[in-house]
Each structure stands twice: as structure tokens, then as C-alpha cells.
Ligand binder design. Structure first.
Ligand code: AGP
Length: 590
């Protein structure tokens, strides 16, 4: 999740840009940079790591008077977190910053390379500024329009060029970008936070908006027509702004799942196939079986992955808990592919397990959300989940994207095409406000039981484990995930009206079996909430999901519901949803 700021004015532009970037730190990043256009010259600085590194590099650079500037914090998705890959990116006399992913960047890059245009970075962003100058004949705005018309995917763009010393170009599609102003300054930003306290009025650009600012006059175009500027009052609460209107970061991250899953898929899938540019196909040659190793939520994702890989690729796959694996003196065969899953990339138990596998000569693959983390640096290959920073300690969008990468991997290895289903998942994860309201109301019934069972079969068993973990983590109520078919082997002794069972009832997988497990509990007077597309008699509460023909679409819809249910119960209990007691976001100790 990158961040963008822009500034046009004469009030210490370098400080304005650096302060703006600091207000975007909550979005997470691994490099930063800025460019300033003044009297037809562009001055640029970039640095890996924290913004203080950037400020240090530019400490002797001072510029005053009227100027235009663009700045950026980068969360690596395409290309490692290096200075070369940091934004801004340059052509001969122009600079650009960009948030989002240009889906067709490879084809644009190849076209430009055939024209002899060279590229320095591994990023999709560099194609934007190179394409701009490729189109630049006479009219810069025409060239800018031609450029954005060729881009597919998501973008928020700010572009400067020496050709237009008093102009800034902008465009917005799928990634947030706003314009804010006060009496004599103009600001751009990816969210409210950087401009609160600096500006009074704001325009939240809409998808398809583009335009330019020349001599501090804003020209905004929508549907290819210049439109009047309609300013609204900028909210002044910075903390609220960082949550972008949500009550908690966890809530924001549940709502973000739909969009971040699109980023997870960008460049990796089309109607014909699945592509991992990070890994050559021969990396998987000679693999006889797979071991997945992880902790917590990542372990649950790994369990889902084992069902999918065994079903779709017919490769024997077992799943290990990191803290157990490292002390069980495991048998390690060189023809086993060792996959570690970690949101943070710093979990000690998972990292140690990875070291054991590497030392034993196994091929290792990391599925991780943080590039350049310890686990990424150690693994032979990495598939980034591209979930953006996850601030909520209780993991949500990281889990959603981990499962997606595992599903892509399963079908890639098994040469199976479920692509049209996979490409529907983003839509399925879009939070339905009506449903969220229903969950808010329903949650009041589940505050004081003596415990919860989440039950499911097949991939819905790890989803049950994950739903139980979410609830435990943030409500502090006891909950267990259990294979639905196992309840009769003991746990059903707990059944009574105070035992709440959340039943994940898939229409497409083992419906009748799971339904009879629910009936076993219901006949013993357990209080049951069933989540399904099929309403059944023997249930006390029911949350309906869409009726679909694929169990993974049901999986994702149920995932969102269990996340929201845990959060709404926690809120009613007055807990700190984002920072639950006793927990840390990354467990870097044993
Ligand atoms: C998830 O909600 C938890 N916060 C926790 O179980 C987490 O998944 C686990 O600590 C593993 O973390 P990782 O994915 O960063 O390795």
C-alpha cells in the first residue's frame, strides 16, 4: 500500500513533502523519495528504509520560493525494496510517483524497449514516465492523456516534467488520490492524514479523473470533459483519517480485502493461465511432496493450501506448526518442497523451521507479506501476498491473500484452470453493508456463553479454526475450531443452550454430512448459528451467503462473516480490537 503526497506552493517545499510522507507511515513502506521542480530543473532524492534516511540524504538540499513537488512511500510488490525501485521514477526530463499496479506494464515495457528505450528498475511505475516521454511530441497534456489511456490496472499518479516548469499532471484510477487547498497552497495525498492541519478544503478524485495544475490553477477532467471544482470541508481528525473512516484498523483491513486481493492477482492470472514471474517453472521440478510450515493464522492458511494442493495438483502435502516442527527431529527429504507462510516474515518459530529445511538442502518457498523480511531473505523463492501493511494484530487480509496465493500455486502445479472462479473472489469479499448491520445486531446474542465451537469440513475446517482464533484473540471468549465430523467423538458432551456453535455449511462440499453434524448438536439443544447459502430447520440463527457453484467462493464469503462477527462481539465487550491484550503483531521470540 504505497503513499503519495504532492505540493505546490512557496512554504519550504522539502519540509512539506517530508512531513506529508511521515503522515503516511501508517500505510507501511520500505523506501521513499521525492522530486521538486523549480525554474525548469528537477531535483530528486530517494532512500531505502525509513523517511529519516531520505531526510538525511537531502539534508544539505534547500530550495525556497514557489515550486512543485511530488513524493512517495513504497511498499514493494513488483521488484525488491531498493533505491533504484524507489519512487519517483524518471525519464529523460520527467519524474513520476504512482500508487497501484499497472497490469499491462510488461507489454508496454516491451514495446518501449523495442524502440530503444532503456529501463533501470524492476517496477511497473517506470513504464508510466517512459511512455509519457514516448508520446511527448508538442502538447504535454495530450501526451499525458495518451499515456493514461494505455494503462490497465490501478493507479494514482503525479507527474512533473521540465517541459512544463509550472505544471503538475495527475490521474486517478482504483487507487485513492485527493486534492486539497488553502489560500495559496495546493496539496495532493493518498489519504486525508497528510493534509489535515494544512488545508481546509478537499476534492476526493474519482476513478477516471485526470488533469493538470498550471500556475496553481486546477484543471480537472471527468469523462474527458473539464468539470467545475466542487470542494468539501476536510475532516480534521488525523487518527480517524488514518483509519480512513473505519472504527478500527481491523475493520478497515476487512473492508480492504476485496481490493488487496486484486493486487495479489495482478500480473499472475488471466483467462488462460497462472503466472509467477518470481519463479521459473523448473524450480518445482523433482518435487515429490510438500511440507507447509507456519504459525497461527498463517498455519490455518497453510491447512487450506494443503487441501487445495492435494485436490488440484495431487501432490502429497502436510502442514506443520512451526513451534512443533523445529523440535520433533523431523524427517527432511531433499525432494520435499518446504513452504513457509508468514505475514510479518519475522516469526521466530517459522524462521527457525525454515533454517532447518534450508540446512537440510530442501528447496524453500516463502509466502509472505513483507519483502526483505528475514524469512524472505532466507528462502530460495518468495511469493509476496501484496496485502499492504496489516495494522490489526488479528490477521484478516493477510490470511485472505495467503489462501489466494496457495490456491494459485495449487492450480499452477496441477495445471488446473479455475481462473474465472478465482477472479470472482475479490467481488465476493466486498463487505455487504446490510449483512454487516445484521452481524452487528446478531452479535449481542453471543456475549456470555461458556464457549464456542466453530465447525466445518474440508477447507471449512481450517476456516473454523481461523474463525475461532479471531474470536479468541479479540473477544477473549473461549472458542474452538473443530472438524464437524469429530464432534460426536467427545466434544458433543458439552452441548447445551449455552454452548454456541458456529456452523460453516457449504452447499458444494459435504453438505449432507455437515448438516447431520449440525442436527446432532441441535438435538442436544446447543445454540447454533449456521452460515450457509442453504437455510436449514435445525438452527437458531442463520446468516445467508450467496448461492454459488464453487466452495472457495463460499469459503471467502464465510471468512468475511466470521471476521466481522468476531469484531462486533469484541466491540460490544469493549475490547481494544486492534491491540488485544497479551498479543503482539509479530512474535519474534520462541
Ligand atoms: C493472527 O491473527 C495472529 N495475530 C497470529 O496467530 C499470527 O498469525 C501468527 O503469530 C503468525 O504470524 P506471521 O504470519 O507473521 O508469521
Amino acid at each position: 500500500m504505497c503513499g503519495i503526497v504532492g505540493y505546490i506552493g512557496n512554504n519550504n517545499i522539502k519540509k512539506q513533502l517530508l512531513d506529508g510522507l511521515k503522515e503516511l507511515e501508517y500505510r507501511g513502506y520500505d523506501s521513499a523519495g521525492f522530486s521538486i521542480l523549480k525554474d525548469g530543473e528537477i531535483y530528486s532524492y530517494k532512500a531505502v528504509g525509513k523517511i529519516t534516511n531520505l531526510a538525511q540524504k537531502a539534508k544539505d538540499f534547500e530550495i525556497d520560493g514557489e515550486a512543485l513537488g511530488i513524493a512517495h512511500t513504497r511498499w514493494a510488490t513488483h521488484g525488491k525494496p531498493t533505491e533504484i525501485n524507489a519512487h519517483p521514477h524518471f525519464a529523460e526530463f520527467s519524474a513520476v510517483v504512482h500508487n497501484g499496479i499497472i497490469e499491462n506494464y510488461q507489454s508496454i515495457k516491451q514495446k518501449l524497449q523495442k524502440e530503444g528505450i532503456e529501463f533501470l528498475s524492476q517496477t511497473d511505475t517506470e513504464t508510466i514516465v517512459k511512455l509519457f516521454e514516448y508520446h511527448l511530441k508538442n502538447d504535454s497534456f495530450e501526451a499525458f492523456k495518451q499515456t493514461i489511456n494505455e494503462l490497465h490496472g490501478a493507479y494514482a499518479i503525479l507527474l512533473l516534467t521540465k517541459k512544463e516548469p509550472d505544471t503538475m499532471f495527475f490521474a486517478k484510477m482504483g487507487s485513492p488520490l485527493l486534492i486539497a487547498k488553502n489560500d495559496d497552497e495546493i496539496f495532493f495525498a493518498s489519504s486525508d492524514a497528510p493534509v489535515i492541519g494544512k488545508a481546509k478544503e478537499v476534492i476526493y478524485l474519482e476513478d477516471g479523473d485526470y488533469g493538470y495544475i498550471k500556475d496553481k490553477k486546477i484543471h480537472l477532467f471527468r469523462d474527458n470533459k473539464e468539470i467545475n471544482l466542487s470542494w468539501t470541508t476536510l475532516p480534521q481528525n488525523k487518527e480517524f483519517a488514518k483509519k480512513e473512516g473505519f472504527r478500527f484498523f481491523m475493520e478497515k483491513e476487512i473492508y480492504e480485502q476485496s481490493s488487496v486481493l486484486q493486487e495479489t492477482l495482478m500480473g499472475r492470472i488471466d483467462e488462460n493461465g497462472i503466472y509467477f514471474e518470481e519463479i521459473d517453472k523448473d524450480f518445482f521440478e523433482g518435487i515429490r511432496d510438500i511440507t507447509i510450515c507456519a504459525c497461527g493464522t498463517s498455519y490455518h492458511a497453510g491447512m487450506v493450501g494443503s487441501y487445495l494442493i492435494q485436490r488440484n495438483a495431487r501432490i502429497k502435502t502436510n502442514v506443520e506448526i512451526g513451534s512443533e516442527f523445529r523440535y520433533k527431529n523431523p524427517i527432511l527429504n531433499k525432494d520435499t518442497l518446504f513452504i513457509v507462510i508468514s505475514q510479518s516474515g519475522e516469526t521466530a518459530d517459522t524462521l527457525e523451521a525454515l533454517k532447518m529445511a534450508k540446512n537440510a538442502g530442501l528447496k524453500t518457498l516463502a509466502i509472505c507479506n513483507v519483502d526483505n523480511s528475514s524469512i524472505v531473505r532466507l528462502a530460495n523463492k518468495t511469493l509476496l501476498t501484496r496485502a499492504g501493511i496489516e495494522k490489526g494484530v488479528a490477521s484478516t487480509k493477510a490470511f485472505a491473500t495467503q489462501v489466494m496465493v496457495l490456491w494459485l500455486l495449487a492450480n499452477y502445479l496441477g495445471n488446473k484452470n479455475e481462473n474465472n472462479i478465482i477472479m470472482q473472489v475479490s467481488k465476493v469479499c466486498k463487505v455487504n453493508d446490510k449483512l454487516h448491520e445484521k452481524i452487528k445486531r446478531l452479535s449481542k446474542r453471543y456475549l456470555h456463553g461458556h464457549g464456542f465451537f466453530f465447525i466445518g469440513r474440508d477447507v471449512f475446517y481450517p476456516l473454523a479454526l481461523e474463525g475461532a482464533l479471531k474470536l479468541k484473540e479479540i473477544s477473549y471468549l473461549h472458542a474452538e475450531g473443530y472438524p464437524a465430523g469429530e464432534m460426536k467423538h467427545g466434544p458433543i458432551a458439552l452441548a447445551d443452550p449455552e454452548l454456541y456453535t458456529i456452523a460453516l455449511l457449504s452447499k458444494n462440499l459435504l453438505f449432507e454430512k455437515t448438516k447431520s453434524n449440525i442436527e446432532e448438536l441441535s438435538s442436544r439443544d446447543s445454540t447454533i448459528l449456521t452460515i450457509s447459502s442453504q437455510e436449514i430447520e435445525t438452527t437458531d440463527d442463520f446468516i445467508k451467503i450467496n448461492s454459488t457453484n464453487h466452495y472457495m467462493l463460499e469459503f471467502y464469503e464465510m471468512m468475511v462473516i466470521t471476521q466481522l462477527l468476531a469484531m462486533e462481539i469484541s466491540i460490544r465487550l469493549g475490547n481494544d480490537v486492534d491491540m488485544p491484550r497479551n498479543l503482539a503483531k509479530s512474535v519474534t521470540v520462541e
